[in-house]
Design a protein around this ligand. Structure first.
Ligand SMILES: Cc1cc2nc3c(=O)[nH]c(=O)nc-3n(C[C@H](O)[C@H](O)[C@H](O)COP(=O)(O)OP(=O)(O)OC[C@H]3O[C@@H](n4cnc5c(N)ncnc54)[C@H](O)[C@@H]3O)c2cc1C
Length: 480
């Protein structure tokens, strides 16, 4: 077994949390991982694995043993099929490296979140999603997982093998075992042609627009700037047109970012009352109204975005049909100026409904599913599946994301805003994104407790001493 390090300080990406684990390991082989797990059982100490530590919460914060899979990042095999390729990877591989390696072979991941810094196992384990009316959680692309369980054995799980374990590990929060390898279903590489414009917030909520805006293209992003009462709407469609060079933005340059962060800093440290003025000014400098901007770029770089600065985030998912009422209620609270918020608030839709049988290839937009197992801890509402041509807002989940930046590392006050946000989201049938900075726990309510308990039962079968994951975080979230 490779030697564990003492006195290693681990920090989350946003540097909100840090810890000094009892021992820190960076295994080079899967056999090393198995040895670490067997030793941890003997030593009666917990094992927390992390990928890129981009989870904004204490999910990877531990006083037990900490394991990082950066050295298990190889692509092991490509299995080509008609219309798709199954890619066999080590689970520490980062999506950003996978995007580039796949592009070289004319392949791409089908869907991504806002960034590609995460590891394969990390996105799977927290229910990471993107923004699309036909794609759901990124884990939809996973064909199978290989997991080191508490006995130190490697167990394979998929739709057809150890299905219960699969349903728990697909959103396993690091608590089911160490995912060491995964097979991911990739598709032929694609470019995206996008259209972007600014709309009035009230126009977005108008049923004519609200009922069509999420459905008009395969990918979208909508950013709400509450102090301007405007939204930025970006929609993107796969295309065979050639990609253009990246677009220039002053706020993408070092000087532009510094200015942006400085203004946020002023609104956090000098006077919070400056926030609406800062936000309005930044909006006016970044966006042009009454203009549609179009461009073509490689799929992954168009789906990803610049998330700006280190941040605290609270994200909830609820039925998309709840959106207009919920957003109006949030606007009323923000207008009272009893707390201040940062922009944008992301308004995204995803489709986590799954067909009863894997439908394989398709002609139009939509996923070629790697699996059709709903993760037990999927926080999105259980809605009924329809084929892409028949999808309406009724099948979609609203993913509402409230970001508060930490300019130059300074933590802004978030308690009043996040608590208002959580209460309203919960009142509209919402549940929190597992990886983010949430406190209210709707999983303990009678309507949700069954899948929560089933997940715990499966965890206890494969990890009877509850070996895996941050004990501290699990205790806080009633997972123990
Ligand atoms: C700027 C930013 C943008 C983001 N955008 C999105 C977005 O668009 N959509 C979205 O849904 N989320 C988003 N997230 C959240 C992010 O996708 C998740 O937090 C994701 O889990 C991070 O991946 P990671 O590799 O950093 O995982 P880590 O944070 O390192 O770990 C996350 C969890 O996975 C477990 N884990 C890691 N590796 C393994 C393994 N090998 N075996 C078992 N368990 C493991 C850990 O124990 C932990 O519980 C964003 C986060 C940031 C900071």
């Amino acid at each position: 077994m490779n030697q564990g390090l003492r006195h290693h300080v681990h920090r989350t990406w946003a540097e909100t949390f840090k810890c000094t684990p009892a021992l820190f390991f960076k295994p080079k082989t899967v056999a090393d991982v198995q040895d670490i797990v067997r030793e941890a059982v003997k030593s009666k100490i917990s094992v927390t694995t992390y990928g890129s530590s981009h989870s904004p919460s204490k999910l990877t914060i531990t006083s037990g043993w900490l394991v990082n899979l950066d050295n298990l990042n190889n692509i092991l095999d490509y299995q080509e099929h008609k219309g798709y390729t199954d890619v066999y990877v080590e689970a520490g591989a980062r999506l950003k490296d996978l995007n580039v390696a796949l592009e070289r072979r004319g392949l791409a991941l089908q869907n991504l979140g806002s960034i590609s810094e995460q590891s394969v196992a990390g996105v799977i384990s927290t229910g990471t999603h993107g923004a699309s009316y036909c794609h759901g959680l990124i884990s939809e692309q996973i064909v199978s997982l290989e997991i080191v369980t508490e006995t130190g054995e490697i167990v394979t799980a998929s739709d057809n093998e150890n299905k219960e374990l699969f349903s728990a590990a697909l959103l396993g929060l690091g608590a089911i075992g160490v995912i060491v390898r995964a097979t991911i279903r990739a598709v032929p590489a694609f470019n995206i042609e996008s259209r972007a414009c600014v709309l009035d917030f009230d126009d977005l909520l108008d049923p004519k627009i609200w009922n069509s805006v999420f459905l008009q293209s395969e990918y979208h992003r909508i950013w709400w700037y509450p102090y301007t009462d405007k939204v930025y709407v970006w929609t993107g469609e796969k295309t065979t047109k050639a990609a253009q060079p990246p677009a220039y933005s002053f706020y993408g340059t070092r000087l532009g970012r510094f200015l942006y962060e400085l203004l946020l800093f002023a609104s956090v440290k000098i006077s919070r009352k400056l926030t609406p003025f800062v936000e309005k000014w930044l909006f006016s400098r970044q966006f042009v109204e009454n203009q549609i901007i179009t461009r073509v770029g490689p799929g992954y770089s168009e789906i990803n975005m610049d998330c700006l600065f280190k941040q605290l985030v609270n994200e909830w998912s609820m039925p998309l049909v709840e959106g207009p009422d919920l957003l109006r209620a949030l606007r009323t609270e923000i207008r009272k100026q009893e707390f201040y918020v940062h922009a944008p608030i992301e308004i995204r839709a995803s489709n986590t409904t799954l067909p009863p049988h894997n439908i394989g290839l398709r002609n139009g937009p939509g996923p070629i599913y790697g699996n059709i197992t709903r993760p037990l801890l999927d926080p999105s509402p259980k809605l009924t599946y329809k084929e892409p041509g028949q999808i309406s807002n009724e099948q979609l989940t609203l993913n509402l994301n409230a970001t508060m930046y930490k300019p130059f590392g300074f933590i802004p006050p978030t308690e009043a805003w996040f608590s208002t946000f959580e209460n309203l989201c919960a009142a509209h049938g919402g549940k929190p994104h597992w990886a983010k900075n949430w406190t209210l726990n709707p999983w303990l309510q009678p309507e949700n407790i069954e899948s929560f308990q089933s997940w715990k039962n499966i965890r206890d079968r494969y990890a009877p001493s509850r070996l895996f994951g941050s004990r501290e975080w699990q205790e806080e979230k009633s997972l123990l």
